[in-house]
Design a protein around this ligand. Structure first.
Ligand code: DP6
Length: 326
């Protein structure tokens, strides 16, 4: 028996950067994200003699995956698993592959082992792997906040079908992984306490902007959150500089487009890629403008997508199988 789950990355509009000093991988601040559609992680699990992990066809000794499985086994009966995961987009380059990766893994393990988890419980399992993954359990606009730190859907994507244009400024893996980078910021940036203090009012304002489909308010809040997070990164010791020249050029171009009347704003995570969030009517113009920038290797577009799902394949003969659950 094999179980396959599909999950999509999410892009935080209100960022999570820094953890609480407590067990459970709890963020220090609430966050709000959108789940994408065309970018996917597909993860298949099957029972094995010992845990094995393959990423994009290659055997990978991923300590975070093995540690997370050990953590899940404290509460759930999970046998040794052969796990095979594939991304249809660059891995570990600031495109939220760990979000879709742990959301897909939690969803596959839940279905495969018959754990019978609710979405909220599955979101907690995913969060223990990577906090942003808690949000990819759900589709559309998603919040992750205390006191339970389980993600919840705020609005389905169809209720406000924004588009996201991703400008790929570099495809290699990132220099400093998020987990390490955010801990460096928490312990060394003089601005960390101010970041935590501003999170609750910004979260309330952003939920309101999404609920009322107020694009201008959402744009203001999202760009402020992104640039404050990068200010934390710049002010860490040693500093974290994820941007390239093309990142800056994309940010400048997106501001120009907005001044010309396009409904678009930018956000950047722990990598050089720029994500331009826009109204559908402006997506082609935004993509054409970003594609012209030197240093942008590629652009891609996504809409807002669904949460993570799983299906079980039970082999009924050597060359046939049937899908039992989705
Ligand atoms: C910049 O969720 O990858 O994408 O919980 O340590 O695995 P861990 O961190 P992770 O950090 C994501 C950081 C971010 C912002 C965000 O997605 O909110």
């Amino acid at each position: 028996m094999r179980t396959t789950a599909v999950a999509h990355p999410n892009i935080a509009l209100l960022k999570y950067w820094g953890k609480q000093d407590a067990p459970g991988n709890l963020p220090a601040t609430p966050s709000l994200s959108i789940t994408l559609d065309s970018l996917t992680t597909t993860t298949t699990v099957a029972e094995a003699d010992s845990d094995q992990f393959r990423l994009n066809g290659q055997v990978a000794a991923d300590a975070k995956v093995l540690r997370t499985l050990a953590n899940w086994r404290r509460d759930h009966p999970i046998p040794p698993l052969a796990i095979s995961s594939r991304n249809n987009f660059p891995t570990a380059a600031g495109l939220a592959s760990s979000a879709s990766g742990f959301a897909a893994l939690a969803t596959a393990v839940d279905a495969h082992c018959g754990l019978g988890l609710t979405k909220a419980e599955r979101s907690e399992l995913a969060r223990r792997g990577s906090a942003s993954a808690a949000r990819s359990i759900h589709g559309g606009f998603v919040t992750l906040a205390g006191p339970d730190w389980r993600a919840a859907q705020l609005l389905p994507g169809a209720a406000w079908p924004l588009r996201v244009v991703v400008a790929i400024a570099a495809t290699g893996p990132k220099a400093v992984p998020s987990t390490e980078g955010m801990e460096r910021s928490r312990t060394t940036s003089p601005h960390f306490d101010a970041w935590v203090a501003s999170a609750a009012p910004d979260f309330a304002a952003m939920k309101q902007a999404v609920s009322t489909r107020d694009f201008a308010a959402l744009a203001d809040l999202a760009e402020a959150s992104c640039l404050q997070m990068h200010a934390l990164m710049f002010s860490s010791r040693p500093p974290l500089l994820y941007w390239t020249g093309a990142t800056v050029e994309c940010l400048r171009t997106i501001r120009e487009l907005r001044a010309e009347g396009c409904q678009v704003f930018a956000t950047v995570d722990a990598g050089p890629q720029v994500k331009a969030v826009c109204e559908p009517r402006d997506a082609e113009r935004v993509e054409a403008a970003l594609r012209r920038i030197g240093g942008v290797a590629e652009t891609l577009q996504a809409g807002l997508g669904p949460g993570a799902t799983a299906s079980i394949q039970r082999a009924i003969s050597a060359n046939a199988c049937c899908s039992l659950h989705s």
